[in-house]
Structures are given as structure tokens and as C-alpha cells.
Design a protein around this ligand. Structure first.
Ligand SMILES: [Cu+2]
Length: 623
């Protein structure tokens, strides 16, 4: 172990030296049943939850590396294909409505908040919203790499205009235009009956979280709201075949500013992923994750926009999202994941949009690349290099979902924790045709605790080939000012209630303020419209925790390492929804809680920590 000051004192569960709790036979089976029947409300039972694996797995204490792959065999499409709408008025099911339509097979969600403000009648009328339909399905022939056999993934599946399946489709959304997504669960209910097998990970119930849209609780994908045909999470009224999510696409500040809210609160690069209680890591790593890109008058998604307010950043098809996920494969070249190990499974094959070491052919012009670390646990530090490993420069324009107030020019690296996003603009016009460039990860990581050192030249994860002239002149640009930032005033900071949150290891699990996740009741209740300062504290010297707070973006006021104030990096000076707590790090974060009520969560977005209880439910109440 190279990292200094690793606090093994709290590390009671050694991943390389399995400890078996012989008093609890069939640990995994009992855990699965336990989770599903109780919603893990009695997570204060560490004897069960810290137990190690079955005897069969003890023989392999350290996973062997994934079988080798030959790089640059697979090509990504030169443009992503947005999801097209589904006419929910023409289908066999009734159209969306404010109240859950359990008679038609919808699960028993709470009634959509503010429905009457967005729509004219209790049942949606044609033309009032953009309508999409997604089915979570088992896809049995996914190819991560031509050296590996086609195999099982779980994806959000939509349809193209011609009716062919579109896997993990990107949704293009616009402020002021509501979207309703009808989500069907079509996963096989008998999946995972042999849950001891490392190939059998995932639990076939779903709860879809759109990270980090300003949205009502019943559409937020609360972890306890998971459903299938026969099962329901502890916070749902009934199981069901489908669930309608209302994404009003309003800015935060609806009540304070009227209209559709405060445009300074605009979000851009969002993603939706499974958030099922205790199974977020296995379900998301199984493939249930995709992008949701949100546009408005400024960031309009049209580089030809004649509106003088429009930023005219590079737009589709030169606006390209890239999701990074680290996976591990067994000797049969099948994806494996240990969903019951509180230290998870660190991947050694980094996929980009579901492919290992793919190629993206680009035109000689500017691109907006939206980078997302979808976990489950790995941190990245990306650099763009040429064939001789010389670092190239780019412009950093957005972190998490938020455009920065001003672009960061001449950047050479992007650091990402799980769930963090970075939008960068790369100008490929500076390279001759035929130039090959690589996105490399220089951040070493040897376990799921957190990153180690940065080391050059790093691992090449994506190859760009500048292979054509643009079909038309590049009129896109990166203006000197992007989006104004509403910083809290001194008076607001002074008036804000302060809460302390400590993220720590406990009994081989993960706790917040010494307690584990309880989906059934809130740890705290906040009055809607109030602002608070949350002290996020990671006292551990060994672990890193990227902390995600649902519903609202926050602004980092101060950052301390080992108790000493440190500068806030430029990319963290805007609004954020993931607060990356490195070892011995504390942050003061200012957050307003606005417009919607109900149950939300804060959790570590190392999804393994999240599943092993480092999550807290907070509620927002009307007053
Ligand atoms: Cu964590």
C-alpha cells in the first residue's frame, strides 16, 4: 500500500483475508431476503452485514486481472442518437395523470406535486409535455470488446423512429418544456437466484434517479421507491409494471422568482441511473445508466442560434457525452461484480460508452465532450495526449450539471470522482487530418478506498482520430462569460442553519453520523424555502467519499484538509451536486431547499459505500 496515512484502524474487513461469520449461514441469501422484505430498516445488525462471502469465493481472495484485450478494435458512432418521443395517447395504457394509475398497472407512487400548475386537467392532455417511454430490459448480447463474448447487460431501452431498440438513450430536454418518462420494469424476476455467483449481480427491481434535476420527490427515484411487477420498496404504496416520472424542467427558485424559476440555476449535463435501495452499485454497473442533456435560452444546444443571448457552444452532433465505467471480467471473459462485499469490486477494464478501448472519429473542428464517471468506485484523472504522450490543452466549461461562470482556458487535466461530470471543449481544428489523440487516465487506484498517485503516461482509454474536414464551417464558440452564479450573501450565510455530517467506516460498513441508512423515516426534516450550511466531514485518512445531495446544487464556502483551510479549485467554485471529500477533508456547503417537498437522500456516490448504508434520508416539509 503506497498511500500515506491509511487508517487501517477502522478497516475491520480485510478484502484480502476473508473473515467468515459462521453464525450466519447462507449470508447472501439471507441478506437479499432481508433487504427486500425490510427495506434495510434494521441495518444496525452488523453481524449479518459485515459477514464475508461464501466458502466458494474465499478460495479467490484477490480477483485475477481481466483477460487481455486488443485496443482500438471498436468504433463509437460519430454522433449519438437522441431518444425519440413515444405517443402515450396512442398506446394500450392510459395517458399519464397526477395520481398514480394503479388500476392500469402503475406502481403506487405519491401524487405528482404541482401537477395543476403545469397541466390543465388531472389527466395529461395531448401536446402538454414531451413524452418518452423506457423499458429496463436484460440485453443478452452486449459486446464490450470483440475479444470478449456477447453477454448480459441491463439497459434502459428506448426505440428509434423506425422502431429499432436504442440502448441507454440520451434524452434531450429543454427548460420550460415538461417531460414525462414512462418507465417499465421488464427485468426477469428470477434473476439472481444464485446470488453467490459473481456473475449473478443485480436485483431486478428498479428506481430511476435523474441526477440532479430539480424535481419532486415522487419522480426523484428515491431508493425506497423501487418496484417490479410483484415487489415494492418500503416507501411505495404498491408494486407495478411501470412508473411515470414527471420532469418539469423548471429552474430552482420557482416560488421565489415565479415563472419557471431562476435561470442562474440552470443544469446541463445530467444522467439517469438506477438507485434501488442497497443495489445501486450492481444495478448501475450492470448498465442501467444514461444521459439527460438539458438546454435553455443560453445553452440552447444550437451553435447556429441567432438569439444574441445564446452561447453557441458546439452542438449536436459535435456535442458528445462520454461515460466511463470500470469493470472486471472473469477467465471466461464475463463481467463479474461482488454486490455483497462492502469494499465492492474495482474494475480493471475502463469502458467508454459501454466499450473497452474504443475509437471515436472526429471532424477538424470544436467539440463539446461531456465526461461522466459513472463508477462504481473509481476516480479518474484524464489528460488528452498525442501519440507521443504530449499533453494537449482544452477549455473546461462545466462541472457537474453546471456551466462555470467563466470558462477555464488552457486546461491539461480533468479529475473526476464517481458521479462528477466535466464538460470540455476540444478544438480538433488545430490538428492535421489523420492525427491520433488519446484520452488517458493517469490516476492510479488499487482498491475502492480512493485514488492513489498520478503517474504518467497513464492508461489510454479512448482514441480520437481526426479523420475528416467538417461538412460546414464551424460557427461554434466559447464566450468569455457562460452563466452568472448566484452566491449567497453574507447575511444569508450568517442566517443559515448549520448541520454537521460525518462520513465514516463503522463495523465494516459505512455510516453518516454513526448511523446507517433508514429509508422508512427521515433523519432530519427541513422547511421548504430554507437555506442551510452543511458541514461535510471525512475524518478518515484512507478513504475518499464523493458526497451527492439530491434536489439542489450547493456552493462550497470553505474547504479544509487536516483542519487547515485550502484553496477551492477553480472547477469547484461554481455550483456542485457532488462534493468530493478526500482523506481528512471537510467542506462547508451552502444549500437552499426549494419548491418541492417529500423524501430525498444524501449519500456517498462511491456506489458501494452507498449500498452499504452511507446514505441518509432527509425530508422537506411545507413549513
Ligand atoms: Cu464513500
Amino acid at each position: 500500500m503506497k498511500r500515506h496515512n491509511k487508517d487501517d484502524s477502522t478497516h475491520t474487513c480485510n478484502s484480502g483475508n476473508a473473515q467468515i461469520n459462521t453464525s450466519v449461514p447462507a449470508v447472501n441469501e439471507s441478506r437479499r431476503a432481508f433487504f427486500k422484505t425490510t427495506g434495510a430498516t434494521i441495518l444496525s445488525t452488523p453481524a449479518i452485514l459485515t459477514s464475508r462471502k461464501s466458502a466458494a469465493q474465499v478460495a479467490v481472495p484477490i480477483l485475477p486481472p481481466s483477460p487481455p484485450t486488443t485496443p482500438w478494435r471498436e468504433e463509437l458512432p460519430i454522433a449519438i442518437e437522441p431518444l425519440v418521443q413515444t405517443d402515450l395517447f396512442a398506446g394500450p395504457l392510459p395517458p399519464p395523470q397526477g395520481e398514480a394509475n394503479t388500476a392500469a398497472g402503475e406502481c403506487g407512487r405519491a401524487e405528482h406535486q404541482r401537477w395543476n400548475e403545469f397541466f390543465a386537467a388531472p389527466v395529461l392532455q395531448p401536446g402538454e409535455a414531451d413524452l418518452y417511454e423506457l423499458k429496463v430490459e436484460a440485453v443478452t448480447n452486449h459486446v464490450f470488446h470483440p475479444n470478449y463474448p456477447p453477454q448480459l447487460v441491463w439497459n434502459y431501452v428506448g426505440r428509434t423512429e423506425s422502431g429499432t431498440p436504442l440502448l441507454n438513450p440520451t434524452i434531450f430536454a429543454h427548460y420550460g418544456r415538461p417531460i414525462i418518462v414512462r418507465l417499465h420494469n421488464e427485468l426477469p424476476e428470477d434473476h439472481g437466484s444464485d446470488s453467490n455467483a459473481l456473475t449473478a449481480f443485480g436485483s431486478p427491481e428498479i428506481s430511476m434517479h435523474l441526477h440532479n434535476l430539480h424535481v419532486a420527490s415522487e419522480s426523484d427515484g428515491f431508493p425506497g421507491d423501487f418496484f417490479s411487477r410483484t415487489k415494492k420498496g418500503p416507501t411505495l404504496g404498491a408494486s407495478g409494471l411501470f412508473k411515470d416520472h414527471l420532469y418539469p424542467n423548471v429552474y430552482a427558485g420557482l416560488e421565489e422568482f415565479g415563472g419557471i424559476g431562476d435561470s442562474r440555476e440552470a443544469l446541463g449535463t445530467l444522467w439517469y441511473h438506477d438507485h434501488t435501495l442497497n443495489f445501486t452499485a450492481p444495478n448501475a454497473v450492470r448498465g442501467i445508466a444514461a444521459f439527460y442533456l438539458l438546454f435553455d435560452e443560453l445553452d440552447s444546444g444550437d451553435e447556429h442560434d441567432t438569439n444574441p443571448n445564446a452561447l453557441r457552444l458546439p452542438s449536436h452532433p459535435y456535442d458528445y457525452p462520454l461515460v466511463f465505467k470500470d469493470l472486471r471480467f472473469n477467465a471466461n471473459r464475463i463481467h463479474i461484480f461482488d454486490q455483497f462485499d462492502p469494499e465492492g469490486t474495482l474494475g480493471d477494464k475502463i469502458t467508454v460508452n459501454g466499450k473497452i478501448e474504443p475509437v471515436l472519429r472526429v471532424a477538424r473542428r470544436k467539440y463539446r465532450l461531456r465526461l461522466l464517471d459513472s463508477g462504481p468506485s473509481r476516480f479518474y484523472q484524464f489528460h488528452l495526449v498525442n501519440a507521443a504522450n504530449v499533453v494537449q490543452r482544452f477549455t473546461y466549461i462545466a462541472n457537474d450539471g453546471n456551466l462555470l461562470p467563466t470558462p477555464l482556458l488552457n486546461q491539461t487535466r480533468i479529475r473526476l470522482a464517481v458521479a462528477e461530470r466535466a464538460d470540455i471543449v476540444v478544438d480538433f481544428s488545430q490538428y492535421p487530418l489523420g492525427t491520433e489523440l488519446y484520452l488517458v487516465n493517469r490516476l492510479e487506484q488499487e482498491d475502492t478506498r480512493g485514488p492513489d498517485e498520478v503517474r504518467a503516461p497513464g492508461r489510454r482509454v479512448l482514441k480520437f482520430i481526426v479523420d475528416r474536414e467538417p461538412s460546414e464551417p464551424d460557427v461554434s464558440r466559447v464566450p468569455s462569460f457562460l452563466r452568472p452564479l448566484r452566491r449567497p450573501t453574507a447575511a444569508e450565510i450568517a442566517a443559515a442553519r448549520v448541520r454537521n455530517w460525518v462520513f465514516a467506516r463503522k463495523n465494516g460498513m459505512w455510516s453518516i453520523n454513526d448511523r446507517f441508512m433508514n429509508a422508512n423515516s427521515p433523519r432530519i426534516t427541513i422547511a421548504k424555502g430554507s437555506a442551510e450550511i452543511w458541514n461535510l466531514n471525512n475524518p478518515s485518512g484512507g478513504w475518499s467519499h464523493p458526497i451527492h445531495i439530491h434536489l439542489e446544487e450547493g456552493i462550497i464556502l470553505n474547504k479544509f484538509v487536516d483542519g487547515v483551510a485550502v484553496p477551492i479549485p477553480a472547477h469547484e467554485r461554481g455550483r456542485k451536486d457532488v462534493f468530493v471529500l478526500g482523506p481528512n477533508t471537510r467542506m462547508r456547503v451552502f444549500i437552499r431547499f426549494r419548491d418541492f417537498v417529500g423524501k430525498y437522500v444524501m449519500h456517498c456516490h462511491n456506489t458501494i459505500h452507498e449500498d452499504h448504508a452511507m446514505m441518509v434520508r432527509f425530508d422537506i416539509s411545507e413549513d
